[in-house]
Design a protein around this ligand. Structure first.
Ligand code: AMP
Ligand code: ZN
Length: 116
């Protein structure tokens, strides 16, 4: 995916504040943080969203979640965190490369969603 923003970050073509990396995933600080800790965990290989995953993606999907607690402990959110994955138009996804927001900090992040 030549023109995908997060593929470019995964390749190092666009700089990011890296928090974690292994063979499957990369985690970096969100450029516009919504909470004191706001990290993005992405698959290194392009996946558009949870709308396009298959069983072949289960290892990388599992890794995206299993690194979250370590990331939180290392980045100022030792007492819990929230993981958010926006998918597609209805989910409010802006960057079409799958990413888990891992948000937290010293204080509770607040209500999950505003009720309509
Ligand atoms: P979403 O709305 O779920 O697609 O979230 C996209 C997120 O990517 C937003 O929180 C943006 O602040 C973040 N973002 C966009 N560009 C960059 C970038 N170059 N580096 C880090 N985070 C970014
Ligand atoms: Zn991509």
């Amino acid at each position: 995916m030549d023109n995908c923003l997060f593929c470019k970050i995964a390749r190092g073509d666009i700089p990011s504040r890296k928090a974690y990396e292994d063979e499957l995933v990369l985690a970096f600080h969100d450029i516009n943080p919504a909470r004191p800790m706001h990290l993005l965990v992405i698959p290194k290989r392009h996946i558009t969203s949870l709308q396009t995953v298959s069983q072949d993606d289960e290892a990388v999907l599992g890794r995206m979640l299993s690194v979250a607690n370590q990331l939180a402990e290392e980045n100022g959110s030792p007492d819990g965190f929230r993981v958010i994955i926006n998918n597609g138009r209805v989910g409010g996804q802006e960057v079409p490369h799958l990413h888990a927001h891992v948000v937290g900090g010293p204080d509770p992040v607040g209500p999950m969603l505003k009720r309509n």
